[in-house]
Every structure is written in structure tokens, then in C-alpha cells.
Ligand binder design. Structure first.
Ligand SMILES: NC(=O)C1=CN([C@@H]2O[C@H](COP(=O)(O)OP(=O)(O)OC[C@H]3O[C@@H](n4cnc5c(N)ncnc54)[C@H](O)[C@@H]3O)[C@@H](O)[C@H]2O)C=CC1
Ligand SMILES: O=C(O)C(=O)CO
Length: 319
């Protein structure tokens, strides 16, 4: 008998065909109010779930007594109650690795955009404000040769270090759970305490997961340690940062600029002060959002789900 899978993310035709060949699929196209209703109605029959961007807590999981596996189309797993999934012996999987390079590209795009004021100045050109040779008031700051600070030296942190070290001649300093000698050797990187990194780095980049330990890690005290010429980049998760403290740091000139792909609440509120600051580049959580990478992530999630439902060990177990 085929098992029942609930998808809350659309898949490409080839992946859909693969999944449908082996399982009964219920597709929920959008997680709006109606989609959530459909999800609740489908959960009692579900053996497998596949999707992203849904807070999957005990309340929802309790609607799914037959659930065996959840395949997240993401590397971050902060949306899942992992302890409860484990207690219920439900296999959670994620998609590490396949999105690493693309997400590091996004990080570097934010570094370049903030340092060279790409978005702010492109808007001025579009608005007809470029009417004479530009002066220092439109100058940016160099990226090459500046100190790159990475908080969370994992897969994406390393890919960022690679770009900074080999591509831009940047000295790399990092803070992580523990020192990483192989990374230090490869990128001539140096370990720092969190506070030392915040004081020393020209670019402070977050590439660590959202966990109970990292929630709110970068707050008012952390921004107070940064320098007025520092640029803050967040491609990790919004809740690692105290957003109100970050807004205050930007308003008071405690830091030069911020490049933000993730926010405390997503989508970002249209009234957020961040949207009225020339020195903020805000993107809509596009870290892994390329055609190629999103397909690779979906393929990885389908592989994981089918393996788990077949009683095999999936390639990317989380619990
Ligand atoms: N903006 C976006 O679209 C994307 C965001 N992400 C986020 O990036 C995160 C990192 O992804 P990967 O590099 O693949 O994960 P990873 O597990 O390879 O790296 C995370 C690193 O952070 C370190 N870390 C964990 N807790 C820490 C703490 N309390 N203090 C210091 N370091 C700590 C770990 O030791 C590890 O080295 C994901 O969990 C996800 O939240 C990932 C992909 C796309
Ligand atoms: O994979 C993740 O964790 C993301 O944030 C989206 O790619």
C-alpha cells in the first residue's frame, strides 16, 4: 500500500512524478488561511510531510498520528519541535550542503551592496539625481583587504571565508562553538571570542543557526561593541538578532550599514524603519533562492523522504 505524503511546497514536474510514483500525494499550494485548513484536514492521513517555512509544533503534529517522516526543504530546522518529533519517533531531515555556495553568494552580494552603496545609489540614478560628477558624499568603502568576521564557522561560514580570503584578500577572523584548525589553515583565519570579533571586524557576518543558545545573541551590548565603520550582515536567522537594538544602532550611527536577508518576522512589515534607511539593504530571504539550488534542495528533500518512508536511513537525518 502506498503511503500518504502531504506537500506544502510545489515541486518541479520530474520530482512530483517521482514522488507520485511511490506515494499518494496531497499538494497544498499555499500556506494561507485556506491552505492551513487543507493541511489540518490532510494531517490525520499523512505518513510523510515535505515543505518549508511552516512552524511545525506539537499542536500540528498531534493532528498527524500516522506521521513517520518530515522532510524540510531547508538546512535550518528552527521551525521544528525536534524534541517532540524525536519523542514521537518521527524522522526529521534537512538539506545541508546543496545550498551552501548559493547562500554564501548572497552573503557576498550583501557585503558588496552595503559597502559600495549599490542599491541606494542605483535608486538615485533611477530618480534622475545623478546630475554632475559624484563627490565624496556618494563614496562607499572598500571591501578588499578589510577584515571579514564570521560568526558560526560551518558550511556557509567557510564558503564565505573562501570568497573573502581568496577573492578579496580579506583577513578572516571567526567565532564559533569551537576553534576549527582546518579552516584556520585553509584561509589563514584566526579564532576570536565573540566580543573581540565584534570590535575588530569590518564586516560582521552571521552564519549560525537559530537555537535556544543563539536567539537574541546580537543585542544592544553587541552593537555597542561594533565600530561606526562596521557593516553588519545577517544571512542566518532574524531572531539571532534583537531587531529593535539593531535599528537603534543604525539610527545612532553605531554601525555604518546593514545587509539583511532575514528578519525577526517574515515577510518584513511594510512599516519597518529598516525600509527607510539608505544604509540598509534588505532582501526577502533569498539566501538559497536560485533556480538551480532550490531544485537541488527539493530533490534532496524528496530523496530523504522516500528513504525514510521506506524504512531506510536518509542521507540527512536531523534527529
Ligand atoms: N538566508 C538564507 O536563506 C539561509 C539561511 N541559512 C541559515 O544558515 C544557518 C547555517 O547553515 P550551515 O552553515 O549549513 O550550518 P552549519 O551547521 O554547517 O554551520 C553552523 C555553524 O554555527 C556554529 N554554531 C552553532 N551554535 C553556535 C553558537 N551558539 N555560537 C557560535 N557558533 C555556533 C556551529 O558550530 C557551526 O559551525 C542555517 O542554520 C540557517 O538558519 C541557511 C541557508 C539559507
Ligand atoms: O535552508 C534554509 O535554512 C533557508 O533559510 C532557506 O534556504
Amino acid at each position: 500500500m502506498k503511503k500518504h505524503v502531504v506537500l506544502y511546497k510545489e515541486l518541479s514536474e520530474p520530482l512530483m512524478q517521482r514522488l507520485e510514483a511511490q506515494t499518494h500525494v496531497t499538494l497544498i499550494k499555499r500556506l494561507d488561511a485556506q491552505g492551513l485548513e487543507q493541511l489540518r484536514a490532510a494531517l490525520p492521513h499523512a505518513h510523510g510531510l515535505l515543505g518549508a517555512s511552516l512552524k511545525l509544533d506539537a499542536r500540528l503534529l498531534d493532528l498527524a498520528p500516522k506521521l513517520e517522516a518530515v522532510a524540510s526543504v531547508s538546512v535550518g530546522v528552527d521551525n521544528y519541535d525536534i524534541d517532540y518529533l524525536s519523542k514521537r519517533k518521527i524522522q526529521l531531515t534537512n538539506t545541508p550542503g546543496v545550498l551552501t555556495e548559493t547562500t554564501a553568494d548572497t552573503g557576498f552580494a550583501l557585503i558588496m551592496a552595503t559597502a559600495r552603496r549599490v542599491v541606494e545609489l542605483a535608486i538615485k540614478v533611477r530618480n534622475g539625481q545623478w546630475q554632475k560628477n559624484i563627490g565624496p558624499e556618494w563614496f562607499g568603502t572598500d571591501v578588499h583587504g578589510k577584515t571579514l568576521g564570521i560568526i558560526g564557522m560551518g558550511r556557509i561560514g567557510e564558503a564565505l571565508a573562501q570568497r573573502g580570503h581568496f577573492g578579496f584578500g580579506m583577513p578572516v577572523i571567526y567565532h564559533s562553538n569551537s576553534p576549527k584548525p582546518a579552516v584556520e589553515a585553509r584561509f589563514n583565519a584566526q579564532y576570536r571570542s565573540l566580543n573581540d570579533l565584534l570590535q575588530e571586524a569590518d564586516f560582521i557576518c552571521l552564519t549560525l543557526p537559530l537555537t535556544a543558545q543563539t536567539e537574541g545573541l546580537i543585542g544592544a551590548q553587541a552593537f555597542a561593541l561594533m565600530r561606526p565603520e562596521s557593516i553588519f550582515i545577517n544571512i542566518a536567522r532574524g531572531k539571532v538578532v534583537d531587531e529593535a537594538a539593531m535599528i537603534q544602532a543604525l539610527q545612532q550611527g553605531q554601525i555604518r550599514a546593514a545587509g539583511l536577508d532575514v528578519f525577526e518576522r517574515e515577510p518584513l512589515d511594510a512599516n519597518s524603519p529598516l525600509l527607510h534607511m539608505d544604509n540598509v539593504v534588505a532582501t526577502p530571504h533569498i539566501g538559497s533562492a536560485t533556480v538551480e539550488t532550490r531544485e537541488a534542495m527539493a530533490r534532496c528533500a524528496v530523496d530523504n523522504l522516500l528513504a525514510a518512508l521506506a524504512g531506510e536511513r536518509p542521507a540527512n537525518p536531523v534527529n
